[in-house]
Design a protein. Structure first.
Length: 371
């Protein structure tokens, strides 16, 4: 914990000088070949900030290399030259594409920062170090600065041929997750709503991982493609640290405040709580349901509640509800009565009875009628 705290603080000493990333010995990817964010279904090149390796942002953060990409942002390892430390830059697509989303996420991070500091769960959630807007060719782009982490539980999971985590690692992940949720729920009054294996990342307490990344980019630059005046870089993996740091809960882009009424649609498909599917009011407990389903998946493999509709051969909410009922039994009528979408899934069979609607005999067995 002490080493993690020390890494979060700027280091004293002379300001780092910018490095020269002008090595031209890199592979050039043909223009017709789609890579990285170009492969996303809704990709629009002009929406992304044209980040360049070696550029210095806000006269402080020098971009070292690309860590990853998504539909709303790209992630970069950078040198905080003033603080003499490595950081991660999350650069969002242009502001006009994000709407209120970025401001909502920023409010969540500020709430976390202002919440009591004595809770043991505070160190289990990712912090925001800095934020600012940068000017792009067409619009502004919000940038979040975080401490860099290693890789997600999902990526780590896929290193194992059977795609399961060993019991000791599952125990640590679960302990840290519940600490994080206790802190978020009781101290910050925040509901995460999007807990999944790729939103839990292992921390790194060894800066040699980032120095290695930097040296490789200087000596062996990543492949890239030039198209329409912008460069699209391939991402580079961090080397395996000598010792994995503790898991950290990340990505508060979908988080909401728990002191408000909620009934909106949230959560990953497989981990969606029944009250969310039914359009009933929900609160902090949806995060606990989410964790329970996810922990089963990463320990046992597969999915506890897959929600695969045999008639359509894909996820559907009615199949998900059927999985819940087959596993846990029928929901009480008082619970169903709160759901605005109840009639979409259930038909009333009497004063106290409901039956899950289905056009497939294989979807729901006859034993789920409620009496």
């Amino acid at each position: 914990m002490l080493s993690s705290l020390l890494r979060s603080l700027p280091q004293l000493g002379r300001r780092w000088k910018p490095l020269n990333f002008s090595n031209v010995n890199f592979a050039r990817i043909p223009e017709y070949y789609k890579v990285e964010e170009e492969t996303l279904p809704d990709y629009v090149a002009s929406h992304y900030y044209p980040t360049r390796i070696g550029e210095v942002i806000k006269e402080r953060y020098q971009v070292v290399g690309k860590l990853g990409f998504g539909s709303t942002s790209t992630a970069w390892l950078a040198r905080d030259m003033d603080g003499r430390r490595y950081v991660m830059l999350k650069i969002f697509v242009q502001a006009s594409c994000m709407g209120q989303h970025m401001d909502n996420e920023l409010q969540i991070y500020r709430c976390i920062e202002q919440s009591p500091k004595g809770h043991p769960g505070r160190d289990t959630v990712r912090k925001l170090i800095d934020t600012f807007d940068i000017d792009g060719p067409e619009d502004k782009h919000r940038c979040f600065i975080h401490l860099p982490l290693f890789e997600s539980v999902l990526t780590f999971l896929r290193r194992n041929p059977i795609e399961r985590l060993p019991s000791p690692i599952v125990a640590v992940v679960l302990q840290r997750l519940f600490l994080a949720l206790d802190y978020l729920h009781t101290e910050c009054h925040i509901i995460h709503t999007d807990i999944k294996a790729d939103n839990i990342m292992f921390s790194v307490n060894d800066d040699s991982v980032f120095r290695d990344f930097e040296e490789k980019e200087l000596q062996h630059p990543v492949p890239r493609k030039e198209i329409d005046g912008r460069t699209i870089y391939m991402s580079r993996d961090l080397k395996m640290p000598k010792k994995l740091g503790a898991p950290v809960l990340c990505d508060f882009g979908s988080a909401v405040f728990g002191n408000q009424d909620h009934s909106e649609f949230i959560q990953p498909n497989f981990y969606r709580a029944p009250e969310v599917i039914l359009g009933a009011p929900w609160t902090y407990s949806v995060d606990i349901w989410n964790v329970g389903c996810m922990i089963w998946d990463i320990f046992e493999g597969g999915s506890l509640l897959p929600g695969q509709d045999p008639e359509f051969e894909r996820y559907r909410s009615r199949a998900h509800l059927a999985d819940m009922i087959n596993l846990l039994g029928p929901p009480p009528p008082s619970f169903l009565a709160q759901g605005k979408l109840r009639d979409k899934f259930f038909t009333e069979t009497g004063k106290s009875g409901f039956l899950l609607l289905s056009s497939s005999n294989d979807l729901v067995k006859s034993g789920i009628q409620i009496h």
